[in-house]
Every structure is written in C-alpha cells, then in structure tokens.
Design a protein around this ligand. Structure first.
Ligand SMILES: Nc1ncnc2c1ncn2[C@@H]1O[C@H](COP(=O)(O)OP(=O)(O)OP(=O)(O)O)[C@@H](O)[C@H]1O
Ligand SMILES: [Mg+2]
Length: 187
C-alpha cells in the first residue's frame, strides 16, 4: 500500500488481528444500520452515483482508515490503472442504469455483473470486496429485490471454503463466465 493509505484510525487497545476484525465489523455494522434505515428512499439515480459509492465506503470504514471513501492513488496487482478509476466507475454506473432501464436481462444478472465489475475496478486501497457486496445489495434495494445471500446458506461450510468459492467464481467471471458467481450470490 501507499504510505498515505496505511494511516489508520485504530485505537491503541487494538493489539491483534482478532481485535482488528471486530473493530472493522463494528464499523461496517454502522453502515449496515444506515442502509437498513434508508433503503426505502434508495433510488437508482441517487444510489448508482460516484457520490453514493464513496459515501458507502466512508460509512463502512470511517472509524478504521483515514482515507475511507477516497479512491486509490497507486496501482495494485488487481484493478484498473488508478488514474482511470473515476472514468471506469462512471462508465459502469451509467451502463448499469441503462441496463436496469432497458435490458431484458434479469436484475440478478445485471447486479452480479455489476458486482464483478466493481471489484475489478478496485476503486479503494482496501475494503473493496466488502464494499462491493453491500453496494450490490443497495442496487437490489432500489428495485425492491431481496439482498444477495453471498453463499450464507451453504450448510456447515468453513469460512475459508466459502472464500475460495467466491474468489473462484470471480475468476471465472474475469473470463466472462458468470454462471458460478450468479448461483453463488443466491446460495
Ligand atoms: N480475480 C478477481 N476478480 C475480481 N475480483 C477479485 C478477484 N480476486 C479478488 N477480487 C475481489 O477483491 C476483494 C479483495 O480486495 P480488498 O482487500 O480491497 O477487499 P476487502 O473487503 O478488504 O477484502 P476481503 O473480502 O478479503 O475482506 C475480494 O473480496 C474480491 O471481491
Ligand atoms: Mg482487504
């Protein structure tokens, strides 16, 4: 990560990875509560905007990283060139709005492609997976659709295996095969 990106807001009582995970989860829960409270007012024209994308990231990580809600300023092994983030994101948002208005494809399919393309852009230094999952759920809410389960209904599956399934499905989507990701999001 860029030196600027490391600056974080963890209080000093956080000593290990487990503490850190709890801290991050609590921050994300605040964003979830905000989403739940606001979801009836969610509309495509306000949710599918760069402003909302950044606000959601900020709300999920504002007690965690100083740079929450701001885009990457360096390249990673995944993601578009950092100078292209805003352009590519706005392309994706406009494209998705167009599809929701005009395409005959099922909303689940549009939302699944949206999720993959959003993590592929990788707009932020960290938190892209968690943010793009909640962002996709917000898209579904604008259409009064049930949120995705993101594999939560797999009985007695380990977190590691769930993660592997998710990443494998994304890798297939990288090769334009969305079948596995499409079933994972409602599994
Ligand atoms: N081959 C890939 N194609 C598309 N997206 C990918 C690929 N590999 C990983 N990703 C996405 O990148 C995310 C990891 O990026 P990042 O660390 O910024 O997010 P995070 O929310 O902190 O991650 P995590 O999901 O590990 O909590 C993964 O969760 C996944 O969504
Ligand atoms: Mg991460």
């Amino acid at each position: 990560m860029d030196p600027d990106e490391v600056i974080d807001l963890f209080p000093s009582h956080i000593r290990n990875q487990a503490d850190l995970n709890l801290w991050e989860e609590a921050n994300i829960t605040q964003a979830e509560l905000w989403v739940n409270k606001r979801q009836r007012q969610f509309h495509m024209s306000t949710v599918l905007t760069e402003g909302f994308v950044r606000e959601l990231h900020r709300r999920m990580f504002n007690r965690t990283w100083r740079w929450s809600g701001t885009f990457r300023k360096s390249n990673k092994n995944i993601g578009v060139d950092w100078t292209q983030i805003s352009v590519k994101l706005n392309d994706l948002l406009l494209n998705t709005i167009y599809q929701l208005d005009h395409s005959a494809d099922a909303i689940d399919e549009i939302a699944t492609r949206f999720h993959h393309q959003l993590v592929w852009i990788h707009a932020f230094p960290n938190g892209n997976g968690r943010h793009a999952r909640l962002m996709t759920d917000c898209l579904l809410m604008t259409k009064d659709m049930k949120r995705f389960s993101w594999g939560a209904n797999y009985a007695s599956i380990s977190t590691d295996l769930l993660r592997t399934k998710y990443i494998d499905a994304l890798r297939k989507a990288d090769r334009s095969d969305y079948s596995e990701l499409l079933s994972f999001v409602r599994a």
